[in-house]
Design a protein around this ligand. Structure first.
Ligand code: CNA
Length: 243
């Protein structure tokens, strides 16, 4: 059986699907990933993204952080692709319970998904480090250099930087949903960032991995599809039809 038909059969048989994704879900929306072929790691960066997007770097060099962040990470005009819209549609049909994502771009919500657990936070929200006042993404886009609050404090994104702990309530809920699923589809993630990567092993049901490159968890999967995730989800929706 072709891989995409096999995936469609598994989705039809499942009662509760959770999708766990990463940066590869958004590359077809024009947002580069870190470790893929066109990723920010292998392109023109003298300092790697994990260093720049770390707590230490942010506190020491907020100006350099914001220059990289505005240039390479923010993508306010990006639009959801076929994978985002398929997941939103499958949630509407009662098939997908939840999306757990390492992404910070808000594209799942833009596509219409309601249950989205953002393990690494979001670029859409920001707050002042001194007084806590909230700021929208527009504020980061319309300011230059280090964005400051009216109180004089530095404004930072509500993104979990490297070296910072994940939000406990979000991770607890992600683990609970994955453990209650009978099908976990993992997609567009190199599964190299911990602890999130270990989520691929938590589902008691079947495991499908859709990723362009090999991942360390491929051997544990019931089905591995090494292809573009947008195309895979497009075929999946065609195979499912109105089901
Ligand atoms: P990663 O380590 O960059 O891995 C991405 C994976 O996706 C690679 O293995 C690629 O082979 C694969 N891939 C790329 N494009 C596609 C595609 N079209 N179809 C299928 N597979 C594809 O990214 P992870 O998410 O695993 O790493 C976690 C980091 C990256 C998190 O901290 C994220 O916050 C961070 N990140 C997020 C975004 C975003 O929000 N869009 C962008 C870049 C990085």
């Amino acid at each position: 059986m072709r891989n995409d038909y096999q995936l469609a059969e598994m989705v039809k048989e499942a009662k509760r699907v959770v999708f766990f994704g990463g940066a590869g879900v958004s590359t077809e929306s024009g947002i580069p990933d870190f470790r893929g072929a066109e990723g920010l790691y292998v392109r023109d960066n003298p300092i790697q993204p994990e260093t720049i997007l770390s707590h230490t770097f942010f506190m020491r060099h907020p100006d350099l952080f914001y220059s990289f962040y505005r240039d390479k990470i923010l993508a306010p005009d990006a639009k959801p692709n076929a994978a985002h819209t398929a997941l939103a549609e499958l949630e509407k049909r009662g098939k997908v319970d939840c999306v757990v994502t390492q992404n910070i771009d808000g594209l799942h919500q833009k596509a219409g998904s309601k249950c989205v657990l953002e393990l690494h936070g979001t670029t859409l929200k920001n707050h002042c480090l001194s007084c806590g006042k909230a700021y929208p993404l527009a504020y980061i886009l319309e300011t230059a250099g280090v964005p400051l609050c009216g109180c004089g404090g530095v404004v930072r994104p509500d993104v979990v930087l490297y070296e910072e702990p994940l939000d406990e309530a979000v991770t607890r809920e992600a683990v609970r949903r994955i453990q209650a699923a009978d099908l976990l589809i993992v997609g567009g993630t190199s599964l190299q960032v911990y602890p999130a990567a270990a989520y691929a092993r938590l589902c008691p049901g079947r495991l499908v991995i859709v990723n362009r490159d090999e991942t360390p968890y491929d051997a544990h999967a019931d089905l591995v599809i090494r292809d573009r995730i947008g195309g895979v989800f497009k075929s999946l929706m065609e195979a499912l039809g109105g089901v």
